[in-house]
Design a protein around this ligand. Structure first.
Ligand code: NAD
Length: 520
């Protein structure tokens, strides 16, 4: 083998896997694969025993992507308007002038559009990488139909101006295409949002009756689907962070109690839970992009009963994502992170909203929890219940707008307790980090909706579990089905998506062993 092997990314559109365990039929691809998991038991003497167990899985993935619609709650916000502007600019091929010259639209930051995975190796030892979408057909972003709700009446062109994110020439060209997009009236409950948002709430559903509010949202979804002849709609919460709703037995603990609480207009059912319930009852997956407890136990049960996907909580886009990479590197290399002190400052509307202490609580909790599994994975460095000293400071600085800066200092102990200090500074527009995540979530959810599976003890094929933990990569506090641990480490989360894609076309998970050369 050459010593100068180059990794190549194929730009060819499709690739197919051959073998007796994979079959490409007219409308679906079927694969069967032995997947291994390792069961660990504690023996009477306290030692651990690990037993690998093989399970045979069959997968069936429909090949034709649905006609997809995304309904964003908070469509007129910074994220909502940036997602919309980005999709329209890409669809129409709109270029724009800046002081440095012409810029072209793209979807950088999106795994579904620009992520690649290693397919395998050629006979001359060249690694071959392919885009995710060359293994299985995905919805094209240009084909996505956008809609949604906002408590502010600004149309999407006005919302894009208010967000102060895109360049003037681009906004001028997008304006005629976005002006006709107008958010539907939203559910407004001043109990769950900061008082400083009251001035923008001029587009609200006129009834305070929660059952009627759910009914209106359900009708909106149905109309949107019919009007655009959509097969599949994903509802994504990208409205402001709410305060926590109080979890009460008899109110939001079971699906039945939650539906009854909505009928009796119980004050602890939040607007976001009402949107989630309406989506689930319409069979539409729901993503909770903020940290509040929208997905109360009753809501999760409702999703399970109706077999509708839910994904939560809080988009993992900026500093938190960095943290889940950096701490993974440090702890993963056998070093002890002693303290992490992180500062964020930004000046967008959601940050303004978070200056209210009650709204800040869920965000603070979400930002603080992202390293638990990484630290917990290393009992040689940390005693039980020991955690790094972790401080999260976030400040509102109006003049920064959507531009988010974060500065952080990590103090780690390495060999012979020597301190290893890391200082990091990041700056990016908050919405530029988040928009590709919103697009990916909808595109991957649409794919997983086309997947069914069967193990040797199942007669019929069944859909994936409604709590869609496969997309934990995108969330700060990933929701998982009962019995599945939370994974925050970013590379493990990415490997989950990658290996799932591979399994669906009959390829084993990536092991990075290069057995063929190490053991020739
Ligand atoms: P934003 O304030 O610009 O937009 C939110 C929009 O939601 C506003 O237009 C507001 O009018 C609307 N809204 C509020 N309550 C509503 C309701 N009940 N129904 C309908 N519309 C409602 O905020 P943003 O910067 O676009 O962020 C959106 C959300 O995404 C926030 O909750 C934020 O915490 C979360 N988030 C963002 C990022 C990121 O941008 N990088 C990362 C993680 C989480």
């Amino acid at each position: 083998l050459s010593h100068h092997n180059i990794s190549t990314v194929t730009r060819k559109k499709n690739c197919k896997v051959s073998g007796s365990h994979v079959s490409y039929l007219e409308n679906e691809v079927r694969s069967s694969l032995k997947l291994q998991r390792t069961l660990v038991q504690t023996l009477p003497d306290g030692s651990l025993q690990a037993t690998p167990k093989e399970l045979l899985y069959e997968f069936c993935t429909k090949l034709k992507p649905s006609k997809l619609g995304i309904m964003q709650v908070g469509w007129g916000g910074n994220n909502g308007s940036t997602v919309t502007a980005g999709i329209v600019a890409n669809r129409e091929g709109i270029c724009w002038e800046t002081c440095k010259g012409m810029e072209e639209p793209n979807l950088f930051g999106s795994l579904s559009q620009h992520g690649t995975l290693r397919l395998g190796i050629t006979s001359d030892g060249t690694d071959v990488f392919v885009p995710f979408k060359s293994l299985l057909p995905l919805v094209e972003p240009k084909d996505i139909v956008l809609g949604g709700w906002d408590i502010s009446s600004y149309n999407l062109a006005e919302a894009m101006d208010r967000a102060q994110i895109l360049e003037p020439d681009l906004k001028r060209k997008l304006r005629p295409l976005l002006e006709s997009m107008k958010p539907l009236p939203g559910i407004f409950d001043e109990e769950f949002i900061a008082k400083n948002q009251l001035p923008r709430a001029d587009n609200v559903i006129q009834t305070k009756n929660k059952a009627q509010q759910v009914e209106i949202i359900r009708q909106d979804i149905r109309k949107f689907k019919q009007q655009h002849m959509l097969d599949f709609v994903v509802v994504i919460w990208t409205a402001n962070s709410e305060r926590y709703s109080v979890e009460l037995s008899g109110v939001n603990d079971t699906a039945e109690n939650l539906l009854n609480a909505i009928s009796s207009n119980h004050k602890e059912v939040s607007p976001s839970t009402l949107y989630a319930v309406a989506s689930i009852l319409e069979g539409c997956p729901y993503v909770n992009g903020s940290p509040q407890n929208t997905l109360v136990p009753g809501c999760i049960q409702l999703a399970e009963e109706n077999q509708v996907f839910i994904v939560g909580d809080d988009f993992k886009s900026g500093q938190t994502k960095m943290k889940s990479v950096l701490v993974d590197y440090l702890v993963g290399s056998g070093m002890k992170v002693e303290s992490m002190v992180t500062y964020n400052h930004l000046g967008n509307n959601d940050m303004f909203q978070l200056t209210d202490g009650e709204m800040w609580k869920p965000k603070s909790a979400a930002k603080s929890r992202v390293i638990e599994d990484i630290v917990g994975s290393n009992g040689t460095l940390y005693k039980e219940d020991e955690m790094p000293d972790h401080v999260v400071v976030v400040r509102y600085v109006s003049s920064y707008g959507d531009s988010k800066s974060d500065v952080s200092e990590y103090v780690t102990r390495t060999f012979m307790n020597c301190p290893y200090r890391t200082v990091m500074y990041n700056n990016c527009l908050d919405s530029a980090l988040c928009a590709p995540l919103i697009i990916d979530l909808a595109i991957f959810i649409e794919l997983f909706h086309r997947v069914s599976y069967r193990t040797s003890d199942m007669k019929a094929f069944a859909p994936m579990h409604p709590v869609l933990s496969a997309l934990s990569f995108y969330m700060k506090i990933p929701r998982t089905p009962v019995g599945e641990p939370h994974v925050n480490a970013l590379q493990r989360q990415r490997a989950c998506i990658e290996n799932l894609f591979r399994a669906l076309v009959g390829l084993n998970g990536e092991d990075n062993l290069f057995l063929e050369t190490k053991f020739p």
